[in-house]
Ligand binder design. Structure first.
Ligand SMILES: Nc1ncnc2c1ncn2[C@@H]1O[C@H](COP(=O)(O)OP(=O)(O)OP(=O)(O)O)[C@@H](O)[C@H]1O
Length: 516
């Protein structure tokens, strides 16, 4: 993507003892798997290289912990890697055809952005013919910019490609909105959420990839000036648990994005890039179709899954062209190869990533230790606080999907038709079983609406103010200690529970809370 750095021919001093030097040829990548709890530092010594689209700076060490990544170079480079003997694997590969496909896809999206800008500058112009050549015949002219949905099974490289496409767009001065619908491994916020953020250039830095998070979590803008994401609390990493809530949240997020883009020509032309979870069968497939509607998707990128590609192609023909319904344009459907470097992550590695992501929300990025590569001596950007709240001052809600048959309802009680229902947990039931659970703090404006309407939707379909973790429940004192990103009182006393737990030893398995 970029010209080779000017330092490509400079004389390099020999590497230190614990450093291994790698020379990469053009269009190759260094694939690195750093096991859980181990750190490694990668330094670009000459040439140019990028980490999922974010360019490395010469001589600036990139500190990575528990990560599986690839450093790609278009023009060749020299990289120094520390701690190599502790890595699971490290190797250079020139099988990078997928990267070339990705940059071609980026070029196609750019053409759509240019076209959207042209259309907005001259709204009376006759619509141009399709600019994107695709493997599907229903190519269409985008009214706004590209609204891209990345789909495919687990561990096929969706999140990585979302990062690459976002970084490439931002490098060209675009401001796309990045959306992550994967509640189990969300790259924008803590697990259990779906989120969206307008991306600017200060967020595209390799330093932000220290964990699974592109921007270092919802509170940890490295630049200090970056925007906060809009985060909805789904409350579970299991997307099959609450289909009604999930679908309603997708619709709400799509609506919020439409509202944001409607008054901003540049942002509208930049479009959105939506990452999805690896669920592609049954309810997962339904979610993909729902997301296409909710985000008014006009480009679907299918990563390495012929069957899904074929299913969507058939579906689009049926939904958009047949049946005598209104003729709408089908999204452009593009099949992309899976990168040869993409690795499967086992349950324990995923758990470690989730834990890192929660830790990062509260503590920020870890700064590299001075003397060794061990994470234990790291310092962190932020200092979260323990705050004490009285049970009397909070209302802890949980989702309840109970829907009674009419005959079981009390006389004159109405059956609610809204499947999204809340129940408020009585103080007497807030016991030590909530210890270590992650709670979402409702935004005061959402609380105001909720108190007026009594509708669970006003809390569940609104962006949350932030998160706390229950450190301790003191039943005798009727109080709780909460780990909070900052001191002082909570933005509101309304908290949403879920089944996400966190303990600062990277080992706690999230478990379903069993409520009585
Ligand atoms: N070219 C590559 N070389 C090495 N590792 C890679 C490469 N591309 C991606 N990875 C790593 O492979 C893992 C899986 O990739 P990614 O997270 O993009 O997949 P995904 O489809 O989003 O997964 P899921 O949907 O299950 O969350 C990640 O750890 C990612 O950093």
């Amino acid at each position: 993507m970029s010209a080779a750095a000017t330092s490509s021919s400079r004389e390099l001093p020999p590497p230190a003892d614990n450093i291994t030097r790698h020379t990469l040829s053009p269009e190759s990548e260094l694939r690195i798997e750093i096991p859980t709890g181990i750190s490694s530092t990668i330094t670009l010594r000459s040439g140019s290289a990028e980490l999922f689209g974010a360019e490395l700076a010469i001589d600036r060490p990139l500190h990575l912990t528990s990560a599986k990544v690839a450093i790609f170079t278009w023009h060749g480079c020299i990289l120094d890697v520390s701690n190599q003997d502790q890595l699971d694997i490290i190797y250079a590969s020139d099988e990078t055809d997928a990267n070339v496909s990705y940059v071609n896809t980026h070029a196609q999206l750019e053409a759509m952005r240019d076209e959207a800008l042209g259309n907005s500058a001259n709204p009376n112009a006759a619509p141009a013919t399709a600019t994107v050549e695709t493997t599907m015949t229903t190519a269409t002219t985008a009214v706004g910019g590209p609204r891209v949905l990345l789909v495919g099974p687990a561990d096929c490289g969706k999140s990585s490609l979302a990062r690459v496409l976002t970084a490439y767009a931002v490098k060209l001065g675009r401001t796309p909105i990045l959306v992550d619908l994967d509640a189990s491994q969300n790259m924008l916020s803590v697990p259990g959420t779906i989120a969206a953020i307008p991306v600017s250039s200060d967020m595209i830095s390799p330093d932000c990839y220290g964990t699974s998070s592109i921007m270092g979590g919802s509170s940890s803008s490295a630049s200090g000036g970056a925007m906060m994401p809009l985060v909805l609390w789904y409350g579970s990493q299991d997307l099959t648990a609450h289909p009604d809530v999930y679908k309603a949240q997708l619709s709400k997020l799509g609506h919020a994005i439409d509202e944001r883009l409607s008054g901003d020509t540049d942002a509208n032309a930049s479009g959105i890039i939506v990452n999805t979870s690896g669920l592609i069968e049954d309810i997962g497939y339904q979610y993909l179709l729902h997301a296409i509607e909710a985000f008014r998707i006009n480009v679907v990128l299918v990563l390495g899954h012929d069957r899904l590609y074929s299913m969507l192609g058939t579906q689009f023909k049926k939904d958009y062209e047949g049946g005598g319904g209104p003729m709408r344009k089908a999204p452009i459907l593009i099949k992309l190869p899976r990168s040869g470097g993409v690795v499967s992550r086992d349950a324990s590695f995923r758990r470690a990533l989730r834990s890192q992501s929660i830790k990062r929300y509260f503590y920020g990025n870890s700064t590299p230790p001075k003397s060794s590569d061990g994470p234990s001596s790291s310092n962190y950007q932020f200092s979260p606080c323990l705050i004490e709240v009285r049970m009397a001052d909070i209302q802890l809600h949980k989702l309840s999907n109970i829907s009674l048959a009419a005959s079981l309802l009390p006389i004159s009680a109405k059956q609610s038709t809204d499947p999204i229902q809340l129940s408020t947990i009585p103080s007497s039931e807030i016991t030590s079983k909530f210890q270590h659970s992650v709670l979402a703090v409702c935004h005061p404006s959402a609380v105001e609406k909720y108190e007026h309407s009594g509708s669970a939707r006003d809390l569940y379909l609104a962006g949350v103010a932030g998160f706390v973790i229950v450190e301790k429940v003191d039943v005798d004192k009727a109080s709780m200690s909460l780990l909070s990103p900052c001191g002082g009182s909570l933005p509101s006393g309304h908290l949403l529970s879920g089944d996400i737990f966190w303990l600062d030893n990277d080992s706690l398995e999230p478990a379903q809370l069993q409520f009585d």
